[in-house]
Design a binder for this molecule. Structure first.
Ligand code: HEM
Ligand code: HEM
Length: 159
């Protein structure tokens, strides 16, 4: 993968769109357990929440795959520094990508495959993703306003 001076306009748009859709789906999830249980018992799932949750989630998966492809083609900037914190951020981003793939995939296997065994894994994975994303956002704000190294600007202005 190429190193570049910053993220492209498309990469920035995908970062914020995916983040917004993940947060949206986290909250548009109430009743999913009942909808899934009902489906397993033979009742056809209906209602706005299951439909929205499933398709927003599938859109997240498609957008994350597109984002990874774009990253492969367009590259990404080097970490700001070489400290332990910077190395931790690189690994944090990798885990975030992994969870952004795993969460909708586990949801899809549960829902479309009628797999009871992956239901809890989907919910556990999404909670880990949200905790990590909160830490990630807090670090971005800390860099921007305490360290004042302009990190947030990398995800605001295209290279
Ligand atoms: C970014 C994507 C997603 C997020 C943030 C997310 C979030 C959540 C959350 C927070 C719950 C727990 C709801 C509760 O217990 O009240 C849940 C449950 C569920 N979600 Fe997702 N989800 C995503 C994608 C998907 C996708 C793509 C599918 C299916 C195609 C799906 C299917 C389900 C199902 C079936 C449950 C119920 C699991 C159970 O029985 O415990 N989710 N989701
Ligand atoms: C669900 C929410 C979020 C997820 C899953 C997420 C995920 C990611 C990932 C995977 C990267 C690495 C990009 C790459 O190198 O390809 C990244 C970068 C970044 N994110 Fe987020 N993000 C989220 C929310 C936020 C929020 C709320 C903020 C700001 C408050 C933020 C600020 C940044 C910044 C500044 C970068 C660039 C870091 C750098 O250049 O080293 N993110 N994000």
């Amino acid at each position: 993968m190429r190193n570049t001076t910053g993220y492209s306009r498309l990469q920035i748009a995908l970062h914020w769109l995916i983040a917004a859709l993940i947060v949206l789906n986290y909250f548009v999830s109430e009743g999913m357990e009942d909808a899934f249980d009902g489906m397993m018992e033979g009742t056809a799932a209906s209602g706005l929440v299951p439909t929205a949750h499933v398709w927003v989630g599938v859109a997240v998966l498609a957008l994350v795959l597109l984002r990874l492809l774009v990253r492969l083609v367009q590259g990404a900037p080097e970490p700001l520094g070489a400290s332990v914190g910077d190395k931790a951020a690189v690994w944090g981003h990798r885990v975030l990508y992994l969870l952004m793939l795993a969460v909708p995939m586990l949801g899809a296997v549960t829902w479309f495959g009628g797999m009871d065994a992956t239901a809890d894994l989907h919910v556990i994975a999404v909670n880990v993703l949200m905790i990590l994303a909160l830490g990630h956002a807090a670090m971005a704000i800390f860099h921007q306003y305490v360290l004042r190294d302009g990190l947030l600007g990398r995800m605001m202005r295209a290279r």
